[in-house]
Design a protein around this ligand. Sequence first.
Ligand code: FPP
Length: 281
Amino acid sequence: MTSSSSTADEPALHPEIDLDHVPRHVAIIMDGNGRWAVDRALERNAGHREGIESVREVIRACRDYGVEVLTLYAFSIENWNRPKGEVSELMRLLEEYLETELAEVMEHGAQVRSIGRLDRLPPSTRRAVEHAVAETAGNQGMKLVFALSYGGRTELVDAARRLARDAELGKIDPEGIDEKAFASYLYAADLPDPDLLIRTGAEQRVSNFLLWQIAYAELHLSERMWPDFRRAEFEAAILDYQRRERRFGLTSEQVRDGEQGGASESVASSARGEAGEGGAS
Ligand code: FPP
């Protein structure tokens, strides 16, 4: 499959991708950097460095296809247990990336955000993240979310803690807590749930990523290691997504009726966490 030709202003878009059905939010578990490096008799950190080129390409592709939110799992809360040298190199790479790419991120009009327990980051890495977030806060383009020192269970515990505190202060009535109210305590409560979750590295698990938000995400599991996951692989993931029928617990018939003006959209938006209780199975 080939991409159509492009000019400097006009990127080459895959002719089979339906631009009216691009996922609003794509979340990615970038796995396989270490194996990519070991396969080439390189040290693991070489895989992380090469992975940055994939980060660049995927961000550009998201911009070109009009993805509204891209969330990248850059460092999990469990990753703190890796060898010290690897952790410090990942922190250094992240800092370097944020400093050197800020100009391009500004050009994209993208807004950098972060989710996770940033207080555990080394001060210079944390400053680089906060600087990128502050510099891009006024941008109106794609939201580029870095999950850093992030764990899905930790996020739920942090939400529960804040919720309990508000209940104690009488700011929220425990009886009134529904899915929408709970979700409003998550790290990036204003963002839509991921429509598409991509995992590279030939593994088939969710690894504590966005546990609440991926309830109805479509999964694309790639055999490619992250450093080999480039624009063409991203386009293949979008095409895979566009072949799926998203039912949100409804029947195929209901979904088809909905497309012809039926009422199933309200059930679907509810399951996506956009309104009140879900109710879909
Ligand atoms: C998983 O591969 C990847 C990571 C733990 C870190 C991801 C980091 C990058 C892509 C580079 C820096 C990020 C940004 C956003 C600039 P792994 O090491 O677990 O691979 P393995 O399963 O083959 O060992």
